[in-house]
Design a protein around this ligand. Structure first.
Ligand code: B16
Ligand code: MG
Length: 217
């Protein structure tokens, strides 16, 4: 009895949103746009291109295509400098316990992330080998809430969508999981993630008994 457990990366396994924030803030300042933590919240789960488009919208700016591409590259370089400092201490609480428990129960584990840097991040926090399948920003053409990322992950695992469970911190990601016909588990705020099948503040609140129920479901 094997289910497919699909994890989002940023906000579920690690908190890289703080590094995205620092890198986008620096970039926004160079073009005279203010960028706040509240705005950063709205970029969670959103692709790199769409993130810069939104920042420009908020700041009422337009850029030619070349400058747009150059700024995205600059942001990513700054972001990668932060990623380079990461180690296992940045794995969010109880993520490792959940991954090991699922593995022990012979469950299938995949990553479903919008980030093009997902593989690099997983390697920095030494979790790369825990994932049988990795679908990230380099493999998908349609961003969450489109279910493509999770459907591809299920396909790579060889598990039917209705036998998959998705852990997500963004509203768009929960919607993507629901549209894919998967069980969605929100990690974060109950009010914000109200469309999820279940919501937990973080993995420390999620017991092994609960995981077993998902497995036998
Ligand atoms: P990159 P997730 C997402 O990761 C982040 O939440 C989002 O803020 C970021 O813009 C996006 O990845 C793209 O990241 O610039 O590294 O390609 O939550 O889908 O794991
Ligand atoms: Mg996320």
């Amino acid at each position: 009895n094997s289910k497919g457990f699909i994890f989002d990366l940023d906000g579920v396994i690690v908190d890289t949103a703080k590094y995205h924030f620092l890198a986008w803030k620096k970039l926004a300042e160079t073009i005279g746009v203010t960028f706040t933590e509240t705005e950063n919240e709205q970029l969670k789960g959103v692709s790199r291109v769409r993130s810069l488009e939104k920042i420009l919208e908020w700041g009422n700016k337009t850029l030619d295509q070349d400058t747009f591409m150059e700024l995205m590259a600059r942001k990513n370089n700054d972001y990668l400098a932060y990623i380079n400092t990461m180690n296992t201490s940045e794995i969010l609480p109880d993520v490792t316990r959940v991954l090991l428990f699922l593995k022990e129960q012979n469950q299938r584990i995949a990553l479903g992330s919008a980030s093009k840097n997902a593989r690099a991040i997983l390697k920095k926090v030494a979790l790369f080998s825990n994932f049988e399948a990795i679908v990230d920003g380099t493999n998908v053409t349609k961003a969450k809430p489109n279910p493509e990322v999770f459907l591809k992950a299920a396909q790579q695992l060889g598990i039917n969508a209705e036998k998959c469970i998705v852990f997500e911190d963004s509203v768009a990601g929960i919607q993507a999981a629901n549209t894919a016909g998967m069980i969605s588990i929100g990690i974060g705020n109950k009010e914000i993630l109200s469309e999820a099948t279940y919501v937990f503040k973080n993995f420390t609140e999620m017991s092994n008994e609960f995981l077993l129920e998902l497995i036998v479901l």
